[in-house]
Design a protein around this ligand. Structure first.
Ligand SMILES: [Zn+2]
Length: 238
């Protein structure tokens, strides 16, 4: 199945937190979107890998993505090497996305920056036809996504552009809250983590409002790019 957008996250919930509203908006515009999680988040303080599998499936349904896969890399310890790159390349060639979304270049969790570079490197390598990969017993064609964008997650990285996601923040929050083991739940007996606080939950909305304010709208999600953004005319920007 060919997709328009493929979003990668080091952990299940990274994609929802970083660009859930953008994905919901693109889907509402008729785009086909998929999610690939690199790990099952098995080192997470709260919940378990099995619980997070179920939560990820529920969140995918809320967002309306076409597919969600998990590469089962080792949470905390996966590396950017040939073996891992080939697994990412297999996903890129399988779904042939025009646009790839991936983790922030630098963030609090070490897997985010690592996953970001791993996916970005694999996007380049995927376009080289002499790198051979097989999926379901079939040789895959080379494919390089046109665009790679990094979503912003924990740290307030400075965005290179901001997507107006007004009207889609509720859906993002709903998808995030599908991970009920991870986020704010006043009745939970699990240890409090930085992402399980009320402030973190509220931050999904207030940070989005702040980015929206800066582009003259109600809500926004920011992204960074690795190369210059190209426009056909000055009127392409608003
Ligand atoms: Zn994460």
């Amino acid at each position: 199945m060919k997709l328009d957008i493929l979003a990668f996250g080091a952990h299940p919930d990274d994609v929802e937190l970083g660009c859930g509203a953008t994905i919901a908006k693109e889907i509402s515009l008729g785009k086909k979107v998929g999610i690939v999680d690199l790990t099952r988040g098995e080192l997470g303080t709260r919940g378990s890998a099995d619980i997070r599998d179920e939560e990820a499936a529920a969140a995918a349904k809320i967002l309306g993505v076409q597919i969600r896969e998990n590469l089962r890399f080792r949470d905390g310890f996966f590396v950017n090497d040939e073996k891992h790159q080939l697994e990412i390349i297999r996903m890129i060639r399988k779904y042939q996305p025009e646009i790839v979304l991936c983790n922030a270049v630098e963030d609090r969790h070490i897997d985010h920056g690592k996953g970001s570079k791993l996916v970005s490197d694999a996007c380049f390598l995927s376009g080289l036809r002499r790198i051979e990969t097989v999926d379901n017993g079939e040789q895959q064609e080379a494919w390089r996504p046109k665009l790679v964008y990094h979503y912003i997650q924990w740290k307030n990285s400075e965005p290179d552009f901001v997507v107006d996601v007004t009207g889609f923040t509720d859906k993002k929050v709903e998808a995030v809250m599908a991970y009920s083991s991870q986020f704010y739940e006043p009745n939970s007996n699990e240890p409090i983590t930085p992402i399980a606080t009320k402030n973190f939950l509220d931050s999904l909305v207030y940070r989005s409002q702040d980015l929206g304010r800066l582009i003259g709208t109600d809500f926004g999600e920011g992204f960074t790019v690795e190369r210059y953004l190209a426009v056909n005319s000055l009127g392409d920007l608003r």
